[in-house]
Design a binder for this molecule. Structure first.
Ligand code: GUN
Length: 299
């Protein structure tokens, strides 16, 4: 069968649209209610990739008209000191969202730290309460990357009910919450992973394929059902022809020949994650103040 090349889903443009909607509502909150949403980001240690993310989060938070509070703690910070900071941020009325950048240094266990964040301020959606709310179809804070993926899928496909969705990857940050969101849209959901038998044929059944495994270009075009919508969450640094490049978990060149639509790497899912973090901070602020939630920015 001949097939026209896939539509390239432009995550950069989509994210700019989300940030624009957030900024417009933030401006109205200030004018009409004198409220400024605030996001606190906590970075422990010196991981260079994390430092870049945290800086970008701070810049985009300010650009949206929100308040940004950055807390940089030394690599040697104790769990007690980190928990004390979180307790202060939980009690601070100017802070509507709290994010502790992961990974933490090896001596710190992420679970007790994440579960110390007030669930209503947990803009990552990682707190056990938010995980449970999402899993039972109740109003939750939804993890940013899967939320961004869902926004793009809804934009491209409209109603997702009845479609076969395959999520490759079972992480707590992407795979599992993505599967829950797709189930909430009445998709038939399969979660596949590194131990799945005959991954190729599982993928070939997907109308929606979400790749979140962290293995460069592991999904080739001949695993993709003609016309499927492919969301590539992978961001892998590889050396090609002597240069470092970013590639996804999907082989973009061959996948583009089969898919109906596909997100590129870079410029696909990546920019949506921070845009959704801003959206979640705005949502948390509206909920905290008993105001209507922003339209089109929540599930
Ligand atoms: N590190 C990489 N991605 C994320 C994320 O979405 N949230 C947090 N807190 N840390 C991360």
């Amino acid at each position: 069968m001949t097939h026209s090349p896939a539509v390239r889903i432009d995550g950069k443009a989509f994210a700019a649209g989300v940030r624009g909607k957030v900024a417009a509502r933030v401006a109205r909150l200030r004018e009409e209610h004198g409220i400024t949403p605030g996001l606190a980001v906590v970075l422990v240690g010196e991981d260079p990739a994390s430092a870049v993310y945290v800086r970008n989060k701070g810049i985009q938070t300010l650009e949206a008209g929100m308040a940004s509070f950055e807390h940089r703690l030394p690599e040697t910070t104790s769990e007690a000191d980190l928990l004390a900071l979180i307790a202060r941020l939980n009690a601070d009325p100017a802070v509507h969202g709290i994010l502790v950048q992961l990974p933490l240094p090896p001596h710190l266990n992420a679970d007790p730290v994440i579960n110390a964040i007030a669930p209503a301020k947990d803009v990552d959606g990682f707190h056990i309460l938010n995980v449970g709310l999402l899993g039972t179809g109740q109003k939750a804070m939804v993890p940013c990357t899967p939320l961004g993926c869902l926004m793009m899928l809804r934009d491209h496909l409209g109603d997702l009910a009845g479609l076969n969705a395959v999520v490759v990857g079972r992480s707590n940050i992407v795979g599992k919450p993505m599967a829950q969101l797709l189930l909430g849209e009445s998709c038939t959901v399969t979660i596949a992973h590194s131990r799945t038998r005959d991954l190729a044929s599982v993928c070939r059944g997907a109308d929606i394929l979400v790749a979140a495994v962290g293995r460069p270009e592991m999904i080739p075009g001949d695993w993709i059902k003609p016309g499927a919508v492919v969301i590539d969450v992978g961001i892998n640094r590889v050396e090609r022809e002597g240069r470092m490049r970013l590639v996804g978990d999907v082989d973009f060149a061959s996948a583009s020949l089969a898919a109906g639509a596909i997100t590129p790497v870079p410029g696909g899912v990546g920019p949506m994650t921070i845009a959704c973090l801003l959206a979640n901070t705005l949502t948390a602020c509206c909920r905290a103040n008993g105001l209507p939630e922003p339209e089109g920015l929540t599930v």
